[in-house]
Design a protein around this ligand. Structure first.
Ligand SMILES: C[S@@+](CC[C@H](N)C(=O)[O-])C[C@H]1O[C@@H](n2cnc3c(N)ncnc32)[C@H](O)[C@@H]1O
Length: 215
C-alpha cells in the first residue's frame, strides 16, 4: 500500500466505533463492554474480518474480539464491519498477539481462532509462529478450562509444526483433518478470505481443534 494510503488509514482509525482504543482497560471485564456474560471468542490475525463478521452474525450469543497487528489491514476489517450495520457482539483491537496477556485475565476466553497465520517458513523464525509453544502457553492462561483452540492453514509444514507443539504441551486433539472441505466439519465451517483464495486454487485446508487437557 502506498505511503499516502497508510497515512490515511492511521488518520481514520479513531473514527471507528468498533475499534477499542483502550483495550487494556477491559482486561478481566470484557463483559462490561458487551454488557452481558456471554462467552468470548477471539481471532488472532483477523485480516479483513470476513470470518469474524460471519461468526458474529450467525452466533449472537457469543461475543467476538478480533486481533490485528497492522493498522492498514485492520482499517479494512473495520470498513467491512461498518458496512454490515450494527453487530453488537463484535469488536476489534489493534494489538500484537505477543502481548495478549495484557488484555485478558485467566479463564476469560472460551475459544481462540488462528486462521491462516503467517507461516514464517524460515527455520530461524519458528518462534514467531503463532502456534509456537510460548504463544500456546499464553492461550492456555486466558482460556477457560474447557476452552478451545481452533487452527486452520493451507501450509503443511506449519500444520506439522503446530501439531508437534500442541502434542509437546499435552494438548488433546478433538478434531484434525488435512482436508477440511472434504470432511464432515465443513458443514460448520466459515471461510476466511485466505481460505477462499487457497480453495479456489485447489489447495487443501488443514484444520485442528484442541484443548489444554491438563486443566
Ligand atoms: C495471512 S493473514 C490471514 C488473515 C485472515 N485470518 C484470513 O484467514 O483471511 C494473517 C494476518 O495475521 C496478522 N498477524 C500476524 N501476526 C500477528 C500478531 N502477532 N498479532 C496480531 N495479528 C497478527 C497479519 O497482519 C495478517 O493480517
Amino acid at each position: 500500500m502506498r505511503l499516502r494510503n497508510v497515512k490515511k488509514a492511521f488518520n481514520r482509525i479513531n473514527d471507528y466505533e468498533k475499534l477499542i482504543k483502550d483495550p487494556i482497560n477491559y482486561k478481566g471485564k470484557w463483559h462490561t463492554y458487551f454488557d452481558n456474560d456471554n462467552p468470548i471468542h477471539i481471532e488472532i490475525g483477523m485480516g479483513r474480518g470476513r470470518f469474524l463478521i460471519e461468526q458474529a452474525k450467525k452466533n449472537p450469543t457469543i461475543n467476538y474480539i478480533g486481533f490485528e497487528k497492522f493498522t492498514v489491514v485492520m482499517v479494512k476489517s473495520l470498513d467491512n464491519i461498518k458496512e454490515e450495520g450494527d453487530i453488537s457482539n463484535l469488536c476489534v483491537v489493534r494489538y500484537d498477539a505477543q502481548d495478549i496477556l495484557e488484555l485478558f485475565e485467566e479463564n476469560e476466553v472460551a475459544k481462540v481462532y488462528l486462521n491462516f497465520s503467517d507461516p514464517w517458513p524460515k527455520e530461524r523464525h519458528y518462534k514467531r509462529r503463532l502456534t509456537y509453544r510460548e504463544f500456546l502457553k499464553k492461550y492456555e492462561i486466558i482460556l477457560r478450562p474447557e476452552g478451545l483452540l481452533c487452527f486452520k492453514t493451507d501450509n503443511q509444514l506449519l500444520f506439522d509444526f503446530s501439531l508437534r507443539e500442541m502434542q509437546m504441551l499435552g494438548m488433546s486433539i478433538l478434531k484434525e483433518t488435512r482436508n477440511l472441505h472434504g470432511s464432515p466439519w465443513v458443514q460448520e465451517n466459515i471461510m476466511t478470505e485466505y481460505e477462499e483464495k487457497f480453495t479456489k486454487e485447489g489447495i487443501a485446508i488443514n484444520m485442528v481443534e484442541a484443548r489444554f487437557s491438563n486443566r
